[in-house]
Every structure is written in structure tokens, then in C-alpha cells.
Design a protein around this ligand. Structure first.
Ligand code: ASN
Ligand code: ZN
Ligand code: CA
Length: 333
């Protein structure tokens, strides 16, 4: 029977109508991405273990943009995996989470009213809940990019998921998830420096996290202080998220894709941004060649400076901006 890689249509909840890479086997189509390591998307249908069933149907148009169609979340998850793969490949030349060309898999509709999404190194897979009450499914692009980036971190620096290294692990996922969102350049979900702005996780339409001024969430740290590593890793991440925003966009008020930001610095001094593309290159090089499991904020400063020096030279604007952005979050001298 015929077997081949196809381009289907996904009617997603968050990203509008998109192209999805699928596979045709005879008269059926599945959410199997033959162009990206065979990444598959499964329906757990409220289960909490195993893989459930691979999304499979007799035509190649998936979901209807609403939660009443199970394949809508499947479309968002498949799209998120596809864009995350392409982001890493096109931005860094990385081929999949382990850089070995092998795809992972996604599972949607995990459990009942589950308000989270997570990467699991054991199954080499990612999982999405449907949310609870008026919260929405956790299948947005930045969440997909965030979760898969935990796999990248595990396979590179291996940052321990506690203390300051845990904050750096979380921030790496927010930074790369944001990179994915900007990379996808989707009109329904344009790039921003907010995390989880689409999923109504707080029930009042506010995002989960803010990179320009992390304390806007009521919990995250804007800047380093002794003891910041005792915070939950999703709050100690604020220091590095703020660093990344400052390095990319600079301090002060700014509007990007219709979202307004304001990013005051800890030292009151201005930071001139070098653009997100260069900031991503610096962070990725540090993650993959400088950071280790025990890297803390002081070492992250040293590592990103070394990366910037190698990429742009130690007397470059980029190198100086890394210094200024860390000073802006009270890290280092
Ligand atoms: N969604 C959460 C995260 O990626 C899951 C966890 O607590 N690790 O941070
Ligand atoms: Zn995370
Ligand atoms: Ca976002």
C-alpha cells in the first residue's frame, strides 16, 4: 500500500489554520511527522499512562479549532512540535532534542482537568493537560517550546532542577519557548515576551510569566539576591528571563507586536539591546558548551560572557551588552 509524507491541515485552537506534516498509509492518515524524526502525536483521552492512540483518520484535515473536537489539541501539539523542531534546526543547526535526528512524541488530553504540561526524559515525550474550569488546554506554542526545551537542557547542560541551576533550567525553557513563538511568526499567536498568555491559566486572561518584569506575576524575582535560589524554580527563573529580555530589547518602555513592555534595571543604568537573534545564539552556546548541572547565576554570567566573546569578540558591543544586562539584574560585578 502507499506510504508517504503528506502536508495536512490543522485547525488549531491557538494558531489558526496551519499546515501539519503527516503520514499517509494506504487509506488512513496519522499525526506522524516523517520530516522531523517521526514525531508522533497521541490521544490519551483522559488516561494518564501509556500512549493512548495515535491520531488517525481517513482524511488529512485535523481538528476544528474548538475543544469539542479531540484532534484540535492534537493539531496544536503537533504544530508546536513541528515549529520547535524547525526553530532548533534553523536557528542552531540542532536536529531534534538529542541532536540525533530522532523525534520525540506528544500526548494530549492527559487526565481530567489537568492544569499542566510536562516533558519526561524517561519516555522522551511531552504531555499536555486540558486545563480546568475556564482555563484552556495547555497546548500553546510557547508552552510546547518550553517543555521540549527541558529535553534539550537535559541532554546538554543538565542543569539540576533545584536551587539557582533550577531557575536557569526553567529560564532556558522560557527563553527557547519564546524563541519558538517568534520563529513561528503565526498571525494568531505572534511573538511576545510573555509565557502562557494564550491558555488563561490564571482564569483572568493574564499570562503565567512576564520576561520584561518578572515580578508582575506576584512571585518571580526581577533581580538576583542571596537566597533567590530558595524560590520555586519557576520564580528564580525571573532573574535570567529578565536578563534575556534586557539583552534582546534593552531597558525602558517598548511595544512589540502590540504588547507593551517596561523593563527597569536593578542598577538604574540603561541597557541597549542587541536583538533577540544574537541573544539566543549567546544563550544556546552557553547552554551547550559552558553550563553544567551546577551552574549558578554567577557562573551563568561567566558562561554567557565566554560565549559572547567567542561569537562576537571580547571588545564587541554584544559582549558589553551581556555585561550590562547581567548588571541590570544584579548579577556579577
Ligand atoms: N510545566 C512545568 C514545567 O515545565 C512542569 C514542571 O513542573 N516541571 O516547568
Ligand atoms: Zn518548565
Ligand atoms: Ca508567549
Amino acid at each position: 500500500e502507499y506510504q508517504g509524507i503528506e502536508t495536512g491541515i490543522g485547525n488549531t485552537q491557538y494558531s489558526g489554520q496551519v499546515n501539519l506534516t503527516t503520514t499517509q498509509s494506504g487509506s488512513s492518515y496519522t499525526l506522524t511527522d516523517g520530516a522531523r524524526g517521526g514525531h508522533k502525536t497521541y490521544n490519551l483521552d483522559h488516561g494518564t499512562d501509556g500512549t493512548g492512540t495515535l491520531f488517525s483518520q481517513s482524511n488529512d484535515t485535523w481538528g476544528d479549532g474548538t475543544t469539542s473536537n479531540a484532534a484540535t489539541a492534537g493539531s496544536d501539539a503537533h504544530y508546536g512540535a513541528q515549529e520547535t523542531w524547525d526553530f532548533y534546526k534553523d536557528t542552531f543547526g540542532r536536529s531534534g532534542i538529542r541532536n540525533d535526528g530522532v523525534g520525540a512524541y506528544s500526548r494530549v488530553h492527559y487526565g481530567d482537568s489537568y492544569v499542566n504540561a510536562f516533558w519526561d526524559d524517561g519516555c522522551f515525550c511531552m504531555t499536555y493537560g486540558d486545563g480546568s474550569g475556564n482555563q484552556d488546554p495547555l497546548t500553546s506554542l510557547d508552552v510546547a517550546g518550553h517543555e521540549m526545551s527541558h529535553g534539550v537542557t537535559s541532554n546538554t547542560a543538565g542543569l539540576n532542577y533545584s536551587d539557582e541551576s533550577g531557575g536557569l533550567n526553567e529560564a532556558t525553557s522560557d527563553i527557547m519557548g519564546t524563541g519558538v513563538e517568534f520563529y513561528a511568526n503565526n498571525a494568531s499567536d505572534p511573538g511576545d515576551y510573555l509565557i502562557g498568555e494564550k491558555i488563561n491559566i490564571n482564569g483572568d486572561g493574564t499570562p503565567l510569566r512576564y520576561m520584561d518584569k518578572p515580578s508582575k506575576d506576584g512571585n518571580s524575582a526581577d533581580s538576583w539576591y542571596s537566597g533567590v535560589g530558595n524560590l520555586d524554580v519557576h520564580y528564580s527563573s525571573g532573574v535570567a528571563n529578565h536578563f534575556f529580555y534586557l539583552l534582546s530589547e534593552g531597558s525602558g518602555a517598548k511595544t512589540i507586536n502590540g504588547v507593551s513592555y517596561d523593563s527597569p534595571t536593578a542598577d538604574g543604568l540603561p541597557v541597549t539591546g542587541i536583538g533577540r537573534d544574537k541573544a539566543l545564539q549567546i544563550w544556546y552556546r552557553a547552554l551547550t558548551t559552558k553550563f553544567t548541572s551546577t551552574t549558578d547565576y554567577a557562573a551563568a554570567r561567566t558562561g554567557t560572557l565566554a560565549a559572547a566573546g567567542e561569537l562576537y569578540g571580547t571588545s564587541s558591543n554584544e559582549y558589553n551588552a551581556v555585561q550590562d544586562a547581567w548588571a541590570g539584574v544584579a548579577v556579577g560585578s
